[in-house]
Write a protein that binds this ligand. Structure first.
Ligand SMILES: [Zn+2]
Length: 116
């Protein structure tokens, strides 16, 4: 596990990621992004920066679940949860997440896996 800086729309999050998560976050433009990873657990997020507060906080952002369900977004791809990481002080959105599942797998895609 290493620490990475993950860009969101309203700031960034410093989080511990597995190699697999880091690969997902890397869109090939020299930065890592929050959105492609799926949902991060609070324990994995160490710090965040809020653009509105212009402050780096030494704790995880809040997680706001916006929707949970079973929405088929493409062949064999189901959106099961989406939500946001928000600033604990001003409640602005730091970044967003989406959790997907594939129908033909047993539900591990996009979810946090135990440490190997
Ligand atoms: Zn803020």
């Amino acid at each position: 596990m290493s620490e990475f800086k993950l860009q969101g729309s309203g700031g960034y999050v410093i989080a511990e990621l597995t190699d697999e998560q880091a690969k997902k976050a890397d869109l090939g433009v020299g930065k890592l992004f929050l959105a492609p990873i799926g949902k991060l657990e609070s324990e994995k997020m160490l710090k965040y920066y809020c653009k509105d507060c212009e402050t780096e906080f030494a704790n995880p952002p809040k997680i706001q679940i916006e929707q949970q369900g079973h929405e088929e977004v493409a062949d064999n791809l189901v959106l099961v949860e989406r939500g946001q990481y928000t600033c604990e002080k001003c409640s602005s959105i730091i970044g967003e997440y989406r959790v997907f599942k594939k129908n033909d797998e047993s539900g591990e895609v996009g979810q946090a896996k135990p440490l190997s």
